[in-house]
Design a binder for this molecule. Sequence first.
Ligand code: SF4
Length: 566
Amino acid sequence: MEDNKVFLTKHPNIDYIVYGDGEKSFSNIIENYKRLDMCKEWRSKLKLIPIDGCRTLLDNKLIHGNPLNPIMNLMEIPSPYLTGVFDELLQDPLLVPILQNIRGCPYKCRFCVSGTQLGKIRNFSLERIKEEITFLRHNAKNRIIRFSDDNFGLIKNDLEVAKYIRKYFDTYKYPTSIKIYSAKKQNDKTREVALILKPLMTYCISFQTITPKVLKESTRISATHEETVESISYARKNGLSTATELIFGLPGETLESWKEVINKTLSYGFDSVSMNPLWLLKGSDLNQASTRKENQYVGKFKLAENAITHYGDFISIERDELAVQSKYYTFEDWKTYLKYQINLFMGTFYGYAKELLYYANSINIKPTALFDYVLNDPKKYPTINQLVEDYVNEFIGNMFDTEEELYNFINDNLTKLKEDKESLLRLAHGRSMLTYIIKYMLKDPEKKYLREIRNAICDINSSEEVKEDTRLILNLAIKLIIDPFDKAFVPNIEIETKYNFRSWVLDGYSKRLGFYKFDKPQKITLKCRNPYSVSKTIEEDQKQKRTDCFNFFRYMNSSLMRRYID
Ligand code: SF4
């Protein structure tokens, strides 16, 4: 309650905090507002009424009604799409429609807000989802769909939803892609859902961390080693792309344990690995005053993604609070984490260097050892060092010690906001990342980033075999790139090779290349997983005259940004 008071005092433009399932509580506010009929001093009169599910502040006193029970039958909630409430929003191509299939998460990860809420899973009917998808196909300018489900594939109904989406995509080429979080626990159902939605989604086996005591401290249940191996092998056999995500900064995580997390995670050979710092989310257990104190978290503030809204004179800004220091790591350690982060984004999230990194791992050069080696020698590896320096400086330069400093900075640049909003949005991580990918990968005809990774592997192990293998893998890595700046998008290309790269990948990049030598060179095809979606995002960028490939990077799964070996 005290937190709410502080929050409402700090943000006088916010009148109410609405808890839990918001639909009933919010309509309670509207109902009372209508009853007052805009009478004199309606605002303070409204605030005087204790409204169930809501909290408000009047004369420094918190006024609240009773907590509301969760809505167990979600079908009581009318669809904002089917009732036309969102008609205007759907005309904006930058706004991604969000659908909800299930609500609730049975897990209790301490860094997450869903973990503090009712875990009981409730779902909308399949009929409702079908109607909404059909409605969006006819009405939404943005052609992708985001599902807000926390664990897709958890319940039986998800299988039916997945089948419907796949059939719909095959028939109408809609949606062009979907964004969705796979269920945390791996089983036959999650795998089947991923298989059904193969062209549209990446099979995500989300780790966050794999340090045992950190998992325990965070009350996080991730896939076990055995489940991960089984799921990845299933995915490879069936041509699914795989991904995982990591969070640095959970209680108990040190820089040393983090290096282990990176090395072990990359040894699984995921198609995509992303890594982000811990965000101290409002409402999460890790953001409670006592927990912050216990872990000695120090936060800095950064503009959240695409998070400036201005309407006339009204400006709304959202921010993320990053845990840049704790009792387990210093701010210097955190900066080292950032150096790994940009290399992982470049190398394994967008995937440009993953074959080289996985090859290095197979000859006992651990990813973090390789990055450390490169970063210790800026003269020999100038491109990677320049990238890391620019990235870390910009990242840190765009953080603020307090929310007020961030808000003041935006407010001081309001003229700029009206003339060139994009330059301010670069304060956030996602937008600025694109500029590095474009500068250091797509727009570099020599692909120096990849060449330096290859050179470092050869400098650490200078055998003729490694030189030859990495030369071939480097050429392969370059050919796998789908470059949205190319004059024409070519989904599939053929190359001649003396190695059976497909078998190498199917074996998890674990054996040396010599094991896969063809009797004589053969042609293999490098394929795009979903040419339709890729071409649509490229077209959209061209239509909007964007030079940062925003649609390509933002509205597609990472598995579509490169080809795969068929
Ligand atoms: S992180 Fe995912 S699994 Fe964990 S509580 Fe949040 S939604 Fe649930």
